[in-house]
Structure formats: C-alpha cells, structure tokens
Design a protein around this ligand. Structure first.
Ligand SMILES: [Zn+2]
Length: 421
C-alpha cells in the first residue's frame, strides 16, 4: 500500500510538471493541418515492425485496398503476428486517451469507432495546441531542422541537422550549400567556411545546437584526421573522382571533428544519435563508446547523447559518469522498451549527477504520438523513482528534485532556454 502511495504521489507530481521535449521531429503545425488523417496513416514506429513482419512499408501494404474494411484486414494480419511489441502499445495508449478506444487492444468490433474519431479530430489547429501545450505541458520541443528548412519558433527550438556536412565530397550536396550561403566551394577549407557560415546563420536565428545521426549508416568511431590529408582526398572528389570508403571516412572524420570545433567556438550543443537503428543495420556501429576520442578532444563542448545508447545503456551510464561533458538523453526510449528504459534510468540515477539526465524526447511525427510516448515516460519515471526511494536509499527530496530536473530544468540549462523557465 505504501509503495502504491509513493508511486502515485510521484506520478501526480510528474503529471503536473512542465516538459521540454528534448528531441523532436514533430510536423510543423502548418503541414500537420493539411493532412487527412485516418487509422491507416496516423502511424509512428510500428511501421518499422510492419516492414519487419511483411517486408513492405505501410503504403505498399495498403496499396490497392478498396476501402477501410480491406485496410483493416491487412493491418489485422500484421497485428496477429506482432501486437506484443512496444511500438504497437504506443498506438493503443493514444487510441485510448484521444480516440475513444475502450478496450485494451484494437479488434474487429472497435476499429471503426477509432477510425471515425481520428478522421474527425486529428488535423485540427486547436487540436495540435491542445495536445502539445495542454495535455503534454510542453514548453518547447528541440527539433531537428534539416539544411535550409525553417521551423515554427512558437513551438520549437532548432538544432541544425548535419549529416549533409559529412557528404560534402558529393557534388550535389556541395552545390546546394554553396548556393545557399553564396560562396564557391573549391577546397576543403572553403567547404568548412561555408559550413561555418550556414551554422552561424541558423544560430543567429536561435538554433541551439548541431546534430549528427551518422550511426544509421556508418560507425560512430572517428579519429582526428589532419587537414592536409583530408584536403588531398577532398581534391580528388572535387576532380570528379570516386572515393573509396576508407578515403571518404577520413574526410567525414575530419568534418566531425570540425563540427566539434564549431560547437566549441559558437557555444552550441552537439547532439549525436547513438544506439537503435533501422532494420538490417550493424548494431555495434552505434555503440556510444566509439565517441570517446571526440569527447576527449572537446572537453568544453556539451555532448547530448541520444536514445540511451540502447542497447548500450550501461556503457552510456559509464560515459555519463566519467565524461562530465556528456548529457544522457532518453529520447525515443520509452516507446522502444519500457523495461529497458526503467533499467537504464535505475542504473544512471546511481551513477550520473542528475543535472545531466534528460528525461524525455518524443522523437515522433505528430502530437498524438507525443502524448502516448509521454504517458509511457511518466509511468516509467514514477516506477523507477519510487523503487529507488524504497530499495536503494534515494531520498524523497532527491527523487522529487529529479522529476523537475529531468523533465524541464536540465533541458532549459543545457539548451539555454531562459525564457522557458
Ligand atoms: Zn530522432
């Protein structure tokens, strides 16, 4: 009974605490409101399990279906094989809280009602605000902004996405950057100057960091490469010659370290995707321990490490313990695995000073999925903090402080969001 009370009390506190969404890809409101939503396109990460079960993306799966009944039959076929996964439970919570689902799963009997409700409610402009601001209590969401795109500052805080910077040895990427900043790129030095100019432009408009998600396609391991070596290889690319992967990697590594310099000079947060990738990926490439040379090279830069490094969360905990320039970000994690989230947090709270733990990042496309992700996060946080108090001698003061720190204050501090405090 006491345990229930403690957890409930913490959950109540969590549900009253304002939130900074520490990693977002949410659609801009203007785009979200253009869309016609239904049960069959209001989708998030379960699309990846659909691909894993059927070998098809959602569009291909639904291709040629004459009506919603047929679409439901196809989705049901996938659910029969995979409704256990966390990515699906993320949807269930959303259907329950927002679209009138009474039961604990979608069935032949209730799918139509949910579909109707989605068609009626989703896509509305006030709906967008109601969910993000009222139900989720989100002050701002730190959003990935691809090169040359803009954002809605009333909802988002920008971080400039930098995978394209690693691909500057490719002509189309180079030409696009040169055109945008109005500079010609005839050398590696000029490419770096153009990158600096682009970053300055975004920072001047309020961007607070740069982000790399290169672990989706290559190893996080990078090492310092001299400008002479990188320039020689870059000249080869400028001459239109194909680079081998070891050559391309040296240029990429050089740029990764250059981004570290930029972050240091311009006082920007350096966000890096670690852990969890897509189907058929090379999982060890995403191990955050590969980042140690970079972390050591830039002790003044604040590295914001994503996705709990899962499955390398324990490694991430030790990075947090021994590298004071790292921030451990739980973005995406609760929808990946609630059990893994609880274990990661339970260990990190033992290891890492709490001011460097970031408790929530939605990492989804629409407000509805932010909400159900946040509900999973709230539940895990309450579970973990209650257990730490009861079994591991964590004081109640420390536990309640952590709630506000992990959901709000740490992010304000890290991203410099004074206005949102
Ligand atoms: Zn993301």
């Amino acid at each position: 009974m006491a345990r229930q009370t403690l957890r409930d009390g913490l959950l109540g506190l969590i549900r009253r605490t304002p939130v900074v969404d520490c990693h977002s890809h949410t659609m801009l409101r203007r785009d979200y409101c253009q869309e016609q939503w239904s049960l069959f396109n209001l989708m998030s990460y379960f699309a990846r399990d659909i691909a894993s079960v059927t070998g098809k993306d959602v569009g291909t799966l639904m291709d040629g279906a004459k009506n919603d009944q047929e679409r439901w039959e196809r989705l049901k076929g996938v659910l029969e094989k995979s409704r256990n996964v966390s990515y699906w439970r993320h949807y269930i919570l959303m259907y329950q809280e927002l679209f009138g689902l009474k039961g604990d799963d979608l069935t032949d009997r209730n799918w139509k009602g949910v579909n109707e409700q989605i068609k009626k409610k989703a896509g509305g402009a006030t709906w967008y605000d109601d969910i993000t601001r009222k139900r989720c209590r989100i002050k701002t969401a730190v959003r990935n902004i691809p090169w040359f795109e803009d954002w809605e500052p009333e909802y988002f805080t920008a971080v400039l996405r930098m995978e394209s910077a690693l691909a500057l040895y490719e002509k189309p990427t180079r030409d696009a950057l040169a055109k945008h900043v109005g500079m010609s790129i005839g050398s590696l030095k000029a490419a770096k100057a153009a990158l600096a100019k682009l970053t300055e432009q975004y920072a001047a408009q309020g961007a607070v960091g740069v982000k790399l998600a290169h672990a989706y396609r290559r190893t996080l391991a990078s090492e310092p490469v001299s400008e002479a070596t990188a320039s020689r290889i870059f000249r080869k690319a400028l001459a239109g010659k194909e680079l081998s992967w070891p050559e391309a990697k040296q240029v990429e590594d050089h740029i990764i370290f250059f981004l570290g310099e930029l972050a240091s000079d311009m006082d920007l947060v350096f966000q890096i995707h670690t852990g969890v990738q897509g189907n058929y990926s090379v999982i060890p490439d995403s191990n955050p321990l590969h980042l140690i040379p970079l972390l050591l090279a830039f002790p003044r830069v604040k590295f914001d490490l994503f996705h709990a490094g899962y499955p390398y969360s324990r490694e991430m905990g030790m990075l947090g313990k021994h590298h004071p320039n790292t921030y451990l970000n739980m973005c995406w994690m609760y929808v990946i695995t609630m059990e893994g989230s609880r274990r990661s947090l339970a260990e990190w709270i033992d290891l890492v000073p709490g001011h460097r733990l970031l408790g929530f990042g939605s990492d989804v496309g629409t407000p509805e999925f932010i909400l159900s992700h946040l509900r999973m996060a709230e539940s895990c946080l309450a579970d973990v903090l209650a257990r730490k108090v009861e079994r591991d001698f964590l004081s109640k003061t420390a536990a309640t402080d952590l709630v506000r720190m992990m959901l709000h204050d740490n992010a304000c501090e890290l991203y410099g969001l004074e206005g949102n405090r």
